[in-house]
Structures are given as C-alpha cells and as structure tokens.
Design a protein. Structure first.
Length: 475
C-alpha cells in the first residue's frame, strides 16, 4: 500500500488539495505507524462531483451487472485478506487471531451475503394497476468508525453498490489504512470511475462538509450518538436521508432458570471481545439477586482466561484500546465505578501488570452495580462488565430498558416461552436468545438513541433505495 498521502476520486489516486497530515498511531506502543493526508471541503467537493457524474450510468446498470461487479470485488478482497488482517492488527490493535477470524472475515461475509440477497431481491413488482420500483437513492456519503473498520465499510459499500448508488467514503482517521486497501480492491475489481470515492480526514474537516453537501442524497453514519447528532444537524438543511448506527448499552438478562454455567462465560466473552470496543457488547449483566454470588465467581473465572497484551503475540487475546482519548475515557469510567461504590470483582484502574506503554486496560468486572451509577448508564467501549442484581422478572425488564440506547439485548432462560416473552418486552433492535449462532443476515440497528434504519443483508439494501409508484402501469 502506497497511497496514504492520496485520495481515491473518480477512479484514480489523486493528490489532496491541502498539505495537512494526520498521524496514525499504533495503540500497542503509542508510536506513529504512518501518516495519512488530511482532506478538507475542497476534496469533498471533488469526490461528490465524481460520484454525481457517475450516478446516471451506474444507476441504470442491471442487477446482473452489479452482481458481477460485487463478485469481482469479493475475489479481490480474498486476495488481500492477509494484508487487511495485518494492517487491522497494527492500526487498531486487534490481536492477530481476532483480526484473521473476525475483523477481516466479516468484511468478506457482507459481500458474500449481499450476493445471496441479489439472487432473490425484488427491485420491482406489480400491485394492481401500479408498478412499484425500488431505485437507488443517489450519492451516498459514508462515515465509518475505527472499532470494526472493515465491517462498517463493507456493510455500507456492498449494499450501496447492489442498489446502484455511488458513494464517498470517509473512514475514521484513527484506523484509515484498511479503507485504503478497500479502495485498492475497488480499483483492481474494475469499479467504474466515480462510483466509489475515498477522502481521509477528521470529522470537522471532512465529515461535516460531506454531511452538509447539497450533492449528497444520503448520509450513512456509524459512530457515537454525540457525533451522530452533529451529522443529522449538518444534513438537515438539505433534507437528505440520514441513516445512523450509534451507541449502545446492551443488557444481558439472565433469568432465574438460565444455564448460568454457560450464559455467564458467554456474556463475559461477548462483552470483552475486541477489547470491549463493540457497540452491541452486553456490558450490563442483569442477574437474580439470590444468584449474584454464583455469577460473580463464574464471571471472575471467565475473566481470568483473558490475557491482555501485544496484539502480535500468540499469547494475547485482548489488545489495546484503539487510541489515547478512548483509553482515557475507559480509565475515567472504571475509576468512577470504584468511587461510586461498585464492587471490583477483578481488574480495576490502570494498565495490566508488566505493560507500561500502549493503551492497555485491565479486563474489569464490577458487581453490586446500581442503575444510577455511571458505569450502568454510559457507554464505556472497553473491557468492562457490570453485574446488576434484580428482584423480579418485571424489574429485570424495567432495568434492561432503562437506558437512552436500544441497539441490542440478550436474554437467557431454559424455558423458551419465558425467554421469548421477555425478548418481546426488550426495547432493542436485535435480541439474542440463549446465546445463538452469529447471523450475518440479521437486521443491525437500534431503537431510541442507538440510531435509525438497519444494516446487513436485505435490510441494509433497503436503506439505499427510494420507492417509486407508477400508477397506471400496464401489468
């Protein structure tokens, strides 16, 4: 990869309009890994112009033509798989195994899934004397985060291409290098000029002008709720569609008859995965008060299996937090948990023993957490689990829903009817019942301040389509 100081616009690598750069920091050692070009409004203008120019022709391509293009992108992605995994591990600190088996794989999986969707998706259908057509919305501005870089790029780019949209991508400046590889993949696969464009930079200089740009028909944003609000405000003047996948504070409700020996370790592992930097991580474990002591021991034992350290080491299964400001936030919230009276089961403030450099956090489990504590209310985005006792099923549901977020929820019970009854009461976009297998076709998105719209599979494809009714159309 030799394009860190360039942008991909109009089917070619171009020089930025300005001369600014941004350091990309290796979170394992806090050293500068490389620098990327820092874009601005003029670069956004060029990229949007290229996308607008490309849209009329690309929007009229057939489903087969777009499917063939996506298949070519998938093949190029597979060729670069090991490159992506290596860069992921360096730029955002994912342990090698996680980078290989999850972080890189899920980008591939989204392209594979959208190909399956296209095999049966109905872009048109007749309804009486009316023809209903689902057409591409236009030019899409995409703003993606640093925690699952290829997941969030792929789950936007793949369905947008399938719909016939053109796009401008602004990846996170914290972890931008895998997105540059994605641009190289697009180029190698023969994506028509202007269909896919990439401009690097920060939120103020690139994200804001992209969100507000009158030439952009839709913004698809993944990130914090705070930033999502700013994107929506910037987009409001042009009344463009805004799709948002935002924060979460996922409850994990273990009912009295749950299989605690299985559900607790699964909950700990799912909370700690990716060093806790997952928006739907089940960070609040709600347990019957009479079973809390048992849960504490099971959680402590499960947490002991996590080794925080150098992501390049075969011995580490938790890497660092991705960047310094997020590390400081996690440490601040762990300290708040201690100060507000939660019981530290394991972990706590500071780095793990033997690690004096890098953004490493001690895997932490709190017990006796009450709903008013900051660790129960705020999204931490680090390997921190809060065990919260409840006294009745009704109280468990009330506590689970007592959050401004609604991205996901978990519920476990040996009684399937009971589990499903509780699942229906949880205000969340996705509810996982009894630790099910991963499903790449499940709708991803949330209620309340977790955002609006859905990603993944056919649900994600629908977000990039406008609906036209042609009344009087001959059947």
């Amino acid at each position: 990869m030799a394009h860190e100081k360039q942008f991909y616009i109009g089917g070619t690598w171009v020089e930025p309009e300005g001369t600014g750069t941004i350091d990309v920091i290796d979170p394992s050692n806090e050293q500068v890994l490389t620098q990327i070009a820092a874009g601005g409004a003029a670069d956004v203008d060029k990229a949007v112009a290229a996308a607008k120019t490309a849209f009329p022709a690309f929007s009229q391509t057939t489903v087969k033509e777009r499917r063939d293009l996506l298949a070519a992108i998938l093949e190029e992605y597979k060729k670069r798989y090991s490159d992506i995994a290596a860069v992921l591990s360096s730029e955002m600190g994912a342990p090698k195994e996680l980078a290989q088996t999850a972080q890189t794989w899920i980008g591939q999986a989204h392209f594979e899934e959208i190909l399956r969707v296209l095999d049966s998706f109905a872009f048109e259908y007749q309804k009486g004397n009316m023809r209903v057509a689902k057409e591409p919305i236009g030019v899409v501005g995409m703003i993606t985060p640093w925690n699952w870089p290829l997941n969030q790029v792929a789950c936007k780019v793949a369905p947008a291409l399938a719909a016939g949209c053109t796009m401008v991508l602004k990846p996170s400046e914290v972890a931008p290098l895998t997105a540059l590889i994605m641009a190289e993949i697009m180029d190698a696969a023969g994506v028509p000029a202007g269909v896919f464009n990439l401009v690097n930079g920060d939120g103020v200089s690139v994200g804001a002008p992209l969100s507000a740009h009158p030439g952009v028909d839709m913004v698809s944003f993944t990130g914090s709720t705070r930033a999502g609000i700013l994107v929506a405000k910037a987009a409001a003047d042009t009344v463009k569609r805004v799709h948002q996948e935002l924060g979460g504070k996922t409850p994990n409700v273990l009912l009295e008859d749950a299989d605690f020996a299985a559900a607790v370790p699964h909950g700990v592992a799912t909370c700690f995965g990716n060093s806790g930097q997952t928006c739907n991580a089940p960070t609040r474990m709600l347990v019957p008060r009479s079973r809390q002591a048992e849960v504490i021991e099971l959680a402590k034992e499960a947490a002991s299996g996590f080794v925080t350290g150098d992501p390049q080491s075969e011995n580490s299964n938790l890497g660092p937090i991705a960047y310094g400001a997020q590390y400081d936030k996690v440490q601040n919230l762990i300290a708040a948990g201690v100060e507000e009276g939660a019981t530290v089961v394991t972990g706590g403030p500071g780095r793990p023993d033997g690690l004096d450099k890098g953004y490493y956090v001690r895997p932490t489990v709190f017990a006796d957490v009450t709903p008013e504590m900051r660790i129960a209310k705020e999204e931490i985005f680090g390997p921190v689990l809060s065990i919260m006792p409840y006294d009745s099923e009704e109280q468990a549901v009330e506590m689970a829903n007592d959050t401004e977020y609604g991205l996901a929820a978990y519920v476990s019970s040996e009684d399937r009817d009971k589990a499903e009854r509780v699942a229906r009461q949880l205000r969340a976009g996705t509810v996982f019942i009894n630790c099910p297998d991963f499903d790449i076709a499940a709708p991803f998105g949330g209620y309340k301040q977790s955002g609006n719209g859905r990603e993944w599979g056919d649900f994600g494809l629908e977000e990039f389509l406008e609906i036209k009714g042609m009344v009087g159309y001959r059947a």
